[in-house]
Design a protein around this ligand. Structure first.
Ligand code: TXA
Ligand code: MG
Length: 325
């Protein structure tokens, strides 16, 4: 496995590897992605293999902008408004697949929709541009593990399963993109993420949370969301206001209860953006021998807090599926 700095030469190498059907892990503003040519079925299949994903969940296709997106999906006025406001950035739009869309069928897991986004990270953009293809990319971690926000996380999680990792430093947003389904009369928030519900509603009016849908509908619409992702090896206890001596504490804000074996503070000042950026790295730091359990302080359910709490609830859910995400 090659762990490289982003330079003109390494981007060219990486693009060639992608065009040859290989995998490249690359930074985005949200988390590191495990990329493949989204138009190549076999390359997309290699993503599932490398991640050890038990099922074929649909993947996000990454493009440069709305003009490029229109080549693969049925665009809409709402998509236009959202792309103008949020792209490039952490918002993924689910739109009807164009009949002659070049996106691999495996990439959309047989659905008649495509999830698409334009990342804002300059390295991601350079790679998409150099490859001249949309890039399919889930988070660059083994199935069920916490999403990587540094190149080192990727190397630890995937090792030799990925031939090349481009190191672009730590991800600035730190949680995955928001996934918004635009195929229904009222858009549905399938996954809270880096673009906040409040900002989306400011742009296009009210949206529906997928939690509000019947569970069968949820499963059909966003298969990936039913699995427990982001699982540390240790149990996770939410809404902790006090802490035990065998616990690692994931704190938030200035008033931290004393007595934990180890404490990491998502944001001492209570800033949700800072907390999102620190979330996955700090969960990893607390998930280590000697710690019996990870206790997490309450996080406000607003702005980026929706995405943070969503990931924390999944990390805490020990429902027998926690290793399958
Ligand atoms: O920030 C991100 O979105 C990162 C970076 C690398 O871009 N990618 C990422 O991919 O988180 P992944 O595969 O871990 O999550 C993709 C999510 C899943 O919840 C999946 O179910 C949903 O998007 N999804 C993909 N295609 C879909 C579709 N056609 N309809 C509904 N949901 C879809
Ligand atoms: Mg993932």
């Amino acid at each position: 496995m090659r762990l490289v700095e982003p330079t003109a030469a390494t981007i060219t190498d990486a693009a060639q590897l992608l065009l040859d059907g290989g995998l490249v892990a690359f930074p985005t503003e949200t988390v590191y992605g495990l990329g493949a040519d989204a138009t190549n079925e076999r390359a997309v299949a290699a993503i599932f293999e490398a991640k050890g994903r038990p099922q074929f969940n649909p993947l996000i296709s990454h493009v440069l902008d709305a003009t490029e997106a229109r080549r693969f999906v049925q665009w809409s006025a709402t998509a236009d408004t959202l792309a103008a406001r949020f792209w490039p950035g952490p918002l993924t739009l689910v739109l009807p697949r164009l009949k002659d869309s070049a996106i691999a069928l495996l990439c959309t897991a047989g659905l008649d929709t495509v999830a698409i986004r334009a990342p804002s990270h300059s390295v991601a953009q350079a790679l998409i541009r150099a490859a001249g293809r949309p890039l399919a990319a889930p988070s660059a971690n083994r199935s069920g593990a916490i999403s990587p926000t540094t190149a080192q996380h990727v190397a630890e999680s995937l090792g030799e399963r990925v031939p090349m990792i481009i190191d672009g430093g730590p991800c600035l947003v730190g949680v995955e993109s928001t996934v918004l389904d635009l195929t229904t009369p009222v858009p549905v928030l399938l996954r809270p993420g880096g673009a906040t519900r409040e900002a989306i509603e400011q742009a296009i009016g009210p949206i529906v949370l997928s939690d509000a849908l019947p569970s069968g509908d949820q499963a059909r619409k966003s298969p990936g969301q039913l699995e427990s992702h982001y699982a540390p090896a240790r149990p996770v206890r939410l809404n902790a206001t006090s802490v035990g001596p065998d616990e690692g504490l994931l704190a938030f804000g200035p008033s931290v209860p004393p007595g934990a074996m180890l404490t990491a503070n998502l944001s001492p000042t209570g800033d949700l953006g800072e907390a999102a950026a620190n979330l996955f790295a700090q969960m990893r730091a607390l998930d280590r021998p000697g710690i019996g359990r990870i206790a997490v302080m309450p996080i406000p359910e607003m702005g980026l807090g929706l995405a943070i709490n969503d990931r924390l609830r999944r990390a805490a859910a020990d429902d027998g599926t926690r290793r399958q995400g």
